[in-house]
Design a protein around this ligand. Structure first.
Ligand SMILES: Cc1cc2nc3c(=O)[nH]c(=O)nc-3n(C[C@H](O)[C@H](O)[C@H](O)COP(=O)(O)O)c2cc1C
Length: 184
């Protein structure tokens, strides 16, 4: 039997209780085999990130998912802090910093804006890929592959059927990765 890979979903939502789409997405993958989901704002309400624990978890998994709402064309502040503190020089990058080599990073995000807003002719003037180039380069610096982001647009106005469809897409993405090691 071919080896199964493991996925670590780091869910960063500052107002988890008010979340509609993001909470449903995280719940949809929480029960999957080989998937670990962590509700980061619940774990670190005081922003005191346990760097060694986070690094140990990263080492145990192959796919790392940053799941969050798009906030100001980027991520909520705890994810930025997590990146600053956990991806240490000599561990994640730089001399001897090889612990993440060969892993894959996926951004799985909900956005208030519709898909057409995220284009050169749309109101946000740039694509999500352009806004997320810092995550792409962070992955590259750490020897990781950056997968095409999964973006759920117009997230605040989605009905139950659309959320269920997004949850199915998310589950399929993770399950494909776990069995094949590939993402689009
Ligand atoms: C502080 C803040 C900043 C936001 N910035 C953006 C943004 O830059 N682009 C966007 O499309 N939506 C933005 N939104 C909307 C959220 O992304 C959206 O409400 C969320 O993804 C919906 O998912 P949820 O139901 O899980 O909260 C922002 C929301 C807040 C509260």
């Amino acid at each position: 039997m071919s080896p199964q890979r493991r996925a670590l979903v780091l869910f960063f939502h500052p107002t988890h209780k008010a979340s509609h789409a993001g909470k449903a997405l995280a719940a949809a993958v929480a029960g999957m085999n080989q998937v670990t989901v962590r509700d980061m704002y619940a774990i670190y309400p005081d922003y005191l990130v346990d760097v060694k624990r986070e690094q140990a978890l990263l080492e145990e998994h192959d796919l790392i998912v940053f799941q969050h709402p798009v906030y100001w064309y980027s991520c909520p502040p705890l994810l930025k802090l997590w990146i600053d503190e956990v991806l240490e020089h000599g561990w994640a990058y730089g001399s001897g910093g090889t612990k993440l080599h060969g892993k894959t990073l996926l951004s799985a995000v909900t956005a208030g804006g519709p898909a057409e807003a995220y284009s050169p002719t749309g109101s946000n003037r740039h694509t999500i890929n352009t806004f997320f180039s810092p995550f792409d380069q962070t992955a590259h610096l750490c020897g990781m592959k950056y997968a095409a982001p999964m973006v759920i647009h117009g997230a605040r106005g989605l009905g139950d059927a659309e959320i269920a469809e997004a949850c199915g897409t998310y589950q399929q993405l993770l399950s494909n990765y776990i069995s094949t090691g590939e993402l689009p």
